[in-house]
Design a binder for this molecule. Sequence first.
Ligand SMILES: Nc1ncnc2c1ncn2[C@@H]1O[C@H](COP(=O)(O)OP(=O)(O)O)[C@@H](O)[C@H]1O
Ligand SMILES: C=C(OP(=O)(O)O)C(=O)O
Ligand SMILES: [Ca+2]
Ligand SMILES: [Mn+2]
Length: 621
Amino acid sequence: MASPNGGVTTYDYDDSDSAAPVRAQTIEELHSLQRKAATAIKDGASPLQSISASLASLAREYGPNLVKGDPEAKVAPVPVKHQQASATIASSDSSLKFTHVLYNLSPAELYEQAFGQKKSSFITSTGALATLSGAKTGRSPRDKRVVKDETTEKELWWGKGSPNIEMDERQFVINRERALDYLNSLDKVYVNDQFLNWDPENRIKVRIITSRAYHALFMHNMCIRPTEEELETFGTPDFTIYNAGEFPANRYANYMTSSTSINISLARREMVILGTQYAGEMKKGLFGVMHYLMPKRGILSLHSGCNMGKEGDVALFFGLSGTGKTTLSTDHNRLLIGDDEHCWSDSGVSNIEGGCYAKCIDLSQEKEPDIWNAIKFGTVLENVVFNERTREVDYADKSITENTRAAYPIEFIPNALIPCVGPHPKNVILLACDAYGVLPPVSKLNLAQTMYHFISGYTAIVAGTEDGIKEPTATFSACFGAAFIMYHPTKYAAMLAEKMQKYGATGWLVNTGWSGGRYGVGSRIKLPYTRKIIDAIHSGELLTANYKKTEVFGLEIPTGIDGVPSEILDPVNTWTDKGAYKETLLKLAGLFKNNFEVFASYKIGDDSSLTDQILAAGPNF
Ligand SMILES: Nc1ncnc2c1ncn2[C@@H]1O[C@H](COP(=O)(O)OP(=O)(O)O)[C@@H](O)[C@H]1O
Ligand SMILES: C=C(OP(=O)(O)O)C(=O)O
Ligand SMILES: [Ca+2]
Ligand SMILES: [Mn+2]
């Protein structure tokens, strides 16, 4: 204590002061006082037994020697009971080894695990967990394989344009065994049991088994978090992910074209990941599964963000990765239902996930305050660059990738609507990030045009989200998410048309991409303008505005919107070289026409007049 006298500082080293001493006699005792026993997951064998079954080789009756808890905790292993039986049918040395299972750890525990595990995990100045996903910083769609069997051969979309590249059942179980052998060879694995879909009647139980603590935290944030009671009665999962992404696929195996492989067996209800640690692979993989399961129940799965106004008006934001679903659905004046994956059933909309996965390249506090503030303790920051000393993140830095990401639980957004469900949508907004700069910032669509553009799914793939993409590249991604759909696009389109008609939703096409010239010449439409456009859609202002029709694409464009310079509403005004504009417009129209040819022979819905109208809703030139 500082002495009040003469400015001389003295210190009191007396041990016999009045402060109560801690009630510990030894340092170990003191440490044990620090942590209060948690009531969390019971030590009972039931989740372990179920995990053991998940991790079992198909050639053995029992799983590996699993034990709950961290090996570092140095408690004697108490293996799951039936494991003892496996000793009698032990088939290799690996069955003598114990693998510790860390089950549904909390974010704080996962932070500590991540720090111990990798040199690449750090805490940032705002408390987020910054980490690296390794060699892959985006999805690898060319390495996705789906088991083609008698059922899926008939049911799924295969061939040109389809995301489903086939593999057989045999190769699936070989890859599964490779992943399991890797996971079982580790001292510890992380297991999360969680849910998908906020609609209680259509909730799916998922289990994620992974070698990396950051993957477990990512899925903790992204899937719906069970309560303790829900976990006790969790039982057997409906779908399991084996994430052995740190270990490569065998590139000499059948159907493999690289050491990265993402495999889905719908019959086995399993996904195996080898050779990629990009976390988005898990969430988007499960999305594919929902695209299979939900339509079977008459529920439409949507690659869209979703929010709701104070009056209960719901809007969907369809768009391929990086086109603005997360940014535009996270709106301070509206309730966030979800940023990426939804279901539309007869009772309304529901979010599939429990969290958001925002791109954070060039993130600014001013333009995206809610996302900015969500980057705090518990949030996973993938592949960002930060100051070595202050640990402040530099969101402008693309040294690792342009696809830097933040994954946070949805309740980190202050106006999230929990549970994440809402009534039937009023507005269906198709986000197209046009790298050619010729699509209007906003157009009102009739039903046939909405279907035409939904099936076309024209946009740019922005740099980084997919392996090998270095700059915005024009693409047609059916249903604005062709990489994730399972059935033919027209199946989803017919369902969307039926629901939009039934519930009277209005379609809009919003260009969040370029204006005043193509990528490299023009510039990206300013986010504040896009926000004003979206506001005018929500408020109903755009329903009653004055419209004119564009040439070639025949789009209805408003002549004025509050807060948006009128001249940008018609893209021709923003191009200095009008000849180049027309040429580019025709080029894009030609691409649309070519792309749609494969869909021209499909009937959409029961109403064949709709099919004709959709065909006529494309560009005319
Ligand atoms: N006019 C605009 N509209 C929407 N997003 C824009 C616009 N201009 C720039 N952006 C940026 O584009 C990115 C959109 O990404 P995001 O919302 O995460 O896409 P998605 O959720 O569809 O994958 C964000 O980084 C956002 O800041
Ligand atoms: C996570 C992804 O998508 P989105 O940008 O739509 O969230 C992705 O495509 O890897
Ligand atoms: Ca003292
Ligand atoms: Mn998103």
